[in-house]
Design a protein around this ligand. Sequence first.
Ligand code: TXA
Ligand code: MG
Length: 330
Amino acid sequence: MDTGLTTEMLPAGEAATAAAARCLAAGGLVAFPTETVYGLGADATNPTAIARLYRAKGRPAFNPLIAHVADLAGARQIGRLNARASALAEAFWPGPLTLVVPKGKDCPVAELATAGLDTIAIRIPAHPVAQAILRAFGRPVVAPSANISGHVSPTRAAHVQSDLAGKIDLIVDGGPVAVGVESTIVGCFDTPLLLRPGGLPRESIEAVLGAALARPAAELDADSAQPLAPGMLASHYAPRAVVRLRAANLEPGEALLAFGPAPLPGAERAVATLNLSESGDLDEAAANLFGYLRALDAKAPRAIAVMPIPDQGLGEAINDRLRRAAVARE
Ligand code: TXA
Ligand code: MG
């Protein structure tokens, strides 16, 4: 869908912040950097704006959105934080953590944004550009990743432009993001659940909770009408090319997404090679992940072969995104 909109791109700064706040207030769609990935923002209290947002992304309407606020006071206006949620908020906000909590009594966030659930996902991003826009606007902003639904999440303004130019009003360019995978989502229920591994490692969260985080019981998929964590669509974060995980060698015609210093047998015949982190640093690998998937995909390889990546720290989020990228699509 190209609505024929002219998408303005502005470098981050005071003028861009003011333009973003004006645009949001007028029901517009603004892409802006957070420390995890670029988000596509809309006024969380404006159902018409949110409907435009779903349409621009081509997003299934049952998939609810994260409400972004500038500070803890803003969070408490829309959700009820129990002791556990408050402890996590204290420890990690602002930062790459989203908390799912019961909706507040007078929560002004539109039903369309929460897809009719009685819970709400809340995040306080740390990125100075996101913070400036949230403060200037003064209301919660829903912001999914600023990509076409199912595509790889954008870690730079150019990625947003290639997916959404002509469909949104404004892109605020704040350079490449620092974390590179989406926020970790924790459901603050009686048993706290890790709904999505992400930019804050599980280990850090468990240390604050003093308890292990459970994963949701069932594997959730795109066909499920009422998924517990509705964003967990089986195929998500997907490049166009086939993705082959835990590759131990390289097949002809494949591109290589490498990790660590050890070479892969046959690597010299790769159509293209990018190494997520030569030194095996998982934080560096997370920051490179989506940009490198896009770059290798652009070479139209037979498949993208991915070397094994350890499951600790941000490795859990990286492997989660790679598994979703590898799910076959029609
Ligand atoms: O890092 C991030 O979280 C980025 C930046 C822009 O903040 N945003 C992001 O949003 O990744 P999105 O829309 O791509 O992912 C939101 C996830 C989805 O998996 C959605 O199903 C889940 O949050 N979610 C939202 N509300 C929920 C709720 N009430 N209960 C369970 N899951 C929820
Ligand atoms: Mg997304």
